[in-house]
Design a protein around this ligand. Structure first.
Ligand code: ATP
Length: 289
C-alpha cells in the first residue's frame, strides 16, 4: 500500500481528518472505501449495524478478504450474532478505531449504510466533531436502476449459498428482533425452514422451489424498502448543519451491471471516471485544506 504522507494531516484548525462514505445498500460504498484507502493510505471502519456481527457473510454482503485488498477493516464481525449492539456501542468502538488508525498516521474511512449510527457518532457526542473534521461522500444511483441491481444481487446471494448460510441460524423458538437475525434474508426464510424442519418439503421439490421463490421475492422487496429508507435518511441529514455531503453518481456503472451484455472493462472505466476519480479529487482537496 503506497502511503502519501498526507493522510493523517490536521486541518488549519488542528482537527484530524476522517472520510465518511455513505449510501444505500448495493451502491458500492465498501468498494469505494477500499479504493480510497489504497490511494490515501487509509483503513476502513464499518458502519453497517448488521455487519458488526459474526456470521452470515453472504446475506449481509460483508467484503471478502479479496475485496478488502489488504486494507485493514475494523468492526466487521466481532460481535456475537445474538448480542445487542446499540448506537452507543458503535460510537465507542468507532471512535477507538478512528483514534488507533490516526495513531498509525493513516486515514480513517468510515463506510456503511447505517445512517443512525453515523448520526449517533457525529452528533450524539460533541467530542467527535470537536476532534475530527469530516469529509462526506455519498454513492448514489437512479432508484430504478438501483432496484434492478438489488434484485440481481439477491439472486447472486442465492447462488453463493444464502439458503445454507441462513439455515445455520434457523431456530424454531427464536424471533427476529435481535442481533444478526434482523438481517434482511433471515426472517424471510422462516416459512421455508419451518416447513423443512417439519419434513413437509421431503420429496416435494415443487413446493420447496415455490417457497424459496416466494422468500427470494420478499427479500428483494425488503431490500428495496431498505434502500428507500436509507435514502430518506441521507436526504434528511443533508439538510442539517455540518453534513455537507458530496454525491457521486454510480448509475452508469450499475446500468452496465444489470444490462444483458456484460462489459467488465467498460464497467471498470466508468467506475473510475464516475465514482473513484471524483471521490479521490474531493478527498485530495479535503486533505490539503
Ligand atoms: P434504523 O434506525 O431504521 O435501524 P439505521 O440507519 O440504523 O436505521 P439500517 O442500516 O438502515 O439502520 O438498517 C435497518 C435494517 O435493515 C436492519 O435492522 C436490517 O434489518 C436491515 N439491514 C441493514 N444492513 C443490512 C445488511 N448488511 N444485511 C442485511 N440486512 C441489513
Amino acid at each position: 500500500m503506497a502511503g502519501n504522507g498526507i493522510s493523517a494531516a490536521a486541518s488549519g484548525n488542528g482537527k484530524a481528518k476522517v472520510v465518511i462514505v455513505m449510501g444505500a445498500t448495493a451502491t458500492g460504498k465498501s468498494k469505494l472505501a477500499v479504493a480510497l484507502a489504497l490511494r490515501f493510505d487509509g483503513e476502513v471502519v464499518n458502519s453497517d449495524k448488521i455487519q458488526v456481527h459474526d456470521g452470515l457473510a453472504v446475506v449481509t454482503n460483508k467484503a471478502t478478504a479479496r475485496e478488502q485488498a489488504g486494507v485493514p477493516h475494523h468492526l466487521i464481525g466481532g460481535v456475537h450474532p445474538d448480542a445487542d449492539y446499540a448506537a452507543a456501542d458503535f460510537r465507542r468502538d468507532a471512535t477507538r478505531a478512528v483514534e488507533s488508525i490516526l495513531s498509525r498516521g493513516r486515514l480513517p474511512i468510515i463506510a456503511g449504510g447505517s445512517n443512525s449510527y453515523l448520526e449517533a457518532l457525529l452528533d450524539g457526542e460533541p467530542g467527535f466533531r470537536r476532534r475530527y473534521e469530516c469529509c462526506f461522500l455519498w454513492v448514489d444511483a437512479d432508484t430504478s436502476v438501483l432496484e434492478r441491481y438489488v434484485g440481481d444481487r439477491v439472486d447472486c446471494m442465492v447462488e453463493q449459498g444464502l439458503v445454507g448460510e441462513v439455515r445455520e441460524f434457523f431456530r424454531t423458538d427464536a424471533g427476529y428482533s435481535r442481533g444478526i437475525r434482523r438481517a434482511i434474508g433471515v426472517p424471510e426464510m422462516d416459512t421455508y425452514f419451518r416447513m423443512e424442519a417439519a419434513g413437509a418439503l421431503d420429496g416435494d421439490d415443487e413446493l420447496r422451489a415455490g417457497l424459496l421463490e416466494a422468500a427470494v421475492e420478499q427479500i428483494k422487496e425488503n431490500t428495496c424498502r431498505l434502500v428507500c429508507s436509507q435514502l430518506r435518511k441521507i436526504h434528511r441529514l443533508r439538510c442539517l448543519p455540518g453534513w455537507s455531503i458530496r454525491r457521486l453518481d454510480v448509475t452508469r456503472v450499475l446500468s452496465l451491471k444489470v444490462g444483458k451484455a456484460k462489459d467488465e472493462e467498460a464497467e471498470r472505466t466508468l467506475w473510475e471516471s464516475d465514482v473513484v476519480g471524483p471521490a479521490a479529487r474531493v478527498v485530495e482537496t479535503f486533505l490539503h485544506s
